[in-house]
Design a protein around this ligand. Structure first.
Ligand code: PLP
Length: 332
């Protein structure tokens, strides 16, 4: 386990004592938010955004509804950006915590985390960053990014589902969520899931050994795919196209085509895409992320999320493009 901890720490430039193994990013997020708010019991205000993962949304909703906290959910621009000035304007003397996502799980839009950290620290407010989608796809340096807490998930790096880590800048002042035995130096009680943590360490080691431009080829085939779609499907649009995005995530608006119908159609053709976040799929409402960017229920229910992996090929994307063109012709 200590080798695994070292591998995770080396991969994202952290100290080993800053790495706390968890059952996944949902636990990491709950633990980070819990620790941060307990550190400042007199502060009753939280700042987050409208485009967070359900783990952050649910915890903040709970703080608001059951604990009497005041929660500010920052708006994003139509391309999914959040300027640091908007964050700064929302901070108050009683702000206990800021929690923001590094790279969005639906659109791939990447946020300037070190700028956010600078703003937060100028106001003495801790920052939690949901780094689940960023770690392994873009360069993540815990030391440099300035976040006080960083959550990551094993299965997004090639590890196993049900594993994750929380990076804590100052472990000596961390307040545990899960109390029990003295595991994880007393910061997380309960018998450790050794095999899954070992797998996470190996995944981190493999990510670290990858060539720096490993994702460049995927960015290239993604861009070719997006150009093809823009030429062949009238009105189609990629959310966040003009901003910095992850190499592997495409959020595609197909006007007039219900995303659930598109998911079903593509599934029959052997192609797996989704209509939003997997954690939101049981919800009847369309994507809250796309709604926050577009302020349109139609656009948010006519958007597909396409995720690529390092093994994705041009042929697969050509296949997807041609099926989408056929689907658009059926709807036109
Ligand atoms: N945050 C983001 C951005 C995610 O994409 C996910 C999962 O997909 C999570 C948090 C939750 O991670 P886990 O499934 O490990 O609890």
């Amino acid at each position: 386990m200590e080798d695994a901890r070292q591998n995770v720490a080396s991969f994202i430039n952290a100290q080993t004592e800053q790495v706390l193994f968890t059952s996944g990013a949902t636990e990491s997020i709950n633990s980070a938010l819990n620790s941060a708010i307990l550190a400042f019991p007199g502060r009753r205000h939280i700042v987050t955004s409208e485009v967070e993962h359900s783990a952050v949304i649910s915890y903040c909703d709970h703080l608001e509804r059951s604990m009497g906290y005041d929660v500010t959910r920052l708006r994003v621009d139509s391309n999914g950006e959040l300027p640091p000035e908007r964050l700064e304007a929302a901070l108050r003397p009683d702000t206990a915590l800021v929690s923001l996502i590094w790279a969005n799980n639906e659109t791939g839009v990447i946020w300037p985390v070190s700028d956010f950290a600078e703003v937060c620290h100028a106001h003495d407010v801790p920052l939690h960053v949901d780094g689940v989608q960023a770690v392994g796809k873009i360069s993540v340096d815990f030391e440099e990014c300035g976040a006080d807490y960083l959550s990551l998930s094993g299965h997004k790096l090639g590890g196993a589902k049900g594993s994750g880590a929380l990076l804590v800048r100052q472990p000596e002042s961390y307040i545990p969520l899960i109390r029990g035995g003295k595991q994880e130096r007393g910061l997380r009680g309960g018998t450790e899931n050794v095999p899954l943590y070992v797998a996470l360490g190996e995944a981190a080691k493999l990510c670290r050994s990858r060539a720096p431009g490993a994702w460049d080829q995927i960015t290239k085939i993604r861009d070719t795919f997006e150009e093809k779609i823009a030429h062949q499907i009238p009105g189609a649009k990629v959310h966040g196209k003009t901003t910095i995005r992850l190499p592997n995530t495409i959020s595609l608006y197909l006007p007039g085509i219900d995303s659930d119908a598109a998911v079903t159609y593509l599934d029959q053709k052997g192609i797996c895409v989704s209509s939003g976040s997997a954690c939101m799929e049981s919800a009847i409402t369309p994507s809250h992320v796309i709604y926050a960017m577009s302020r349109s229920h139609d656009i948010s229910s006519e958007t597909l999320r396409i995720s690529l992996g390092l093994e994705s090929t041009k042929e697969e994307l050509d296949h997807l493009a041609s099926e989408l063109v056929t689907l658009a012709a059926i709807y036109s």
